[in-house]
Design a protein around this ligand. Structure first.
Ligand code: AMP
Length: 285
């Protein structure tokens, strides 16, 4: 039997589908995406299927989370291909609203998470996390899923979402999914399509470098020392480094000296492309 997926474009139609499932006592997981679906997104759908009876995937390239000089217009859009891939992966419903459905005229509310959003990606992308938190809050309220799945690829985003869901008492469980990588270590990302062949050849150095930081930290090297060495290595490989940081995995507070549990996070530019990645650290005790 062919895999089928329904597509809805309005909050009303989304809620009609979800209400029918709820009426039969079935559960729902939501996987928010901006489309250009790749194996990283599909891994979240696969995880979602283990957590609920039905998986809703949303596809919305959210203008609110792009800065004025960022790639909103260039962002890859491939709804037909995405629909097919999501059907095959077992998502039951695609929710693909247009900008007017999401932000009707007069829209004037935003969700701002303090503290967690102030540095790392928040420092170089002002308003980005307000845009993310606002659209994700809307998606959660529109769909009212039991669970919502987000990738650890966007680690700071995952923590921001967990924080406002807790702060606003939104009745949903936020679940993180592991990062899916190419064989050479490069984290899958819709933005990898922007890389030239020469840049694509260099890009895996990002993961190799932060993985080495994690290894060094696990052996007792100090956090500042290890992240400075990583910055030097990345610059030598041709990246423009936004940050390489060793942070507490729950609060994102900076860590110095030897660490026990930590997250190594990095953001770099390679030509016109901004890449982010992160890895966990678990020190040998
Ligand atoms: P995006 O379409 O880039 O907004 O991503 C949608 C969701 O997929 C977010 O929760 C991302 O963190 C997640 N995601 C993106 N890339 C990956 C990856 N390589 N592995 C796992 N999850 C990912």
């Amino acid at each position: 039997m062919p895999d089928t997926i329904d597509t809805v474009r309005t909050v009303r139609d989304l809620r009609t589908h979800v209400a029918a499932w709820r009426a039969s006592g079935e559960t729902v997981a939501l996987v928010p995406t901006m489309g250009a679906i790749h194996a990283g997104h599909l891994s979240l759908v696969t995880l979602a299927k283990t957590l609920a009876d039905h998986v809703v995937t949303s596809l919305f390239v959210n203008p609110l989370q792009f800065g004025p000089r960022e790639d909103f217009h260039a962002y890859p859009r491939s709804e037909a291909r995405d629909t097919e891939a999501l059907a095959k992966a077992g998502s039951a419903l695609l929710y693909a609203p247009d900008a007017n459905e999401m932000y009707p005229p007069g829209f004037s509310t935003k969700v701002h998470v303090g503290d967690l959003t102030e540095d790392l990606c928040g420092a170089s992308r002002p308003n980005h996390f307000d845009g993310v938190a606002t659209v994700v809050a809307k998606l959660l309220l529109q769909c009212a899923p039991d669970k919502a799945i987000f990738g650890e690829k966007d680690y700071q985003q995952l923590l921001v979402i967990k924080r406002f869901v807790r702060d606003l008492n939104i009745p949903v469980e936020i679940v993180g999914g592991l990062i899916v990588r190419e064989a050479d270590g490069l984290a899958l990302s819709s933005r990898n399509a922007y890389l030239s062949p020469a840049e694509r050849a260099v890009a895996p150095v990002l993961h190799a470098t932060i993985a080495q930081v994690a290894g060094d930290l696990a052996k007792g090297r100090g956090a500042d020392d290890a992240s400075e060495a990583a910055r030097f290595k990345l610059e030598a490989a041709g990246f423009r480094v936004d940050y390489v940081a060793v942070r507490d995995p729950d609060t994102l507070m900076p860590l110095h000296g030897p660490v026990k549990r930590a997250r190594v996070l990095a953001a770099v530019h390679l030509g016109k492309t901004r890449l982010i990645d992160n890895v966990p650290v678990l020190a040998e005790s």
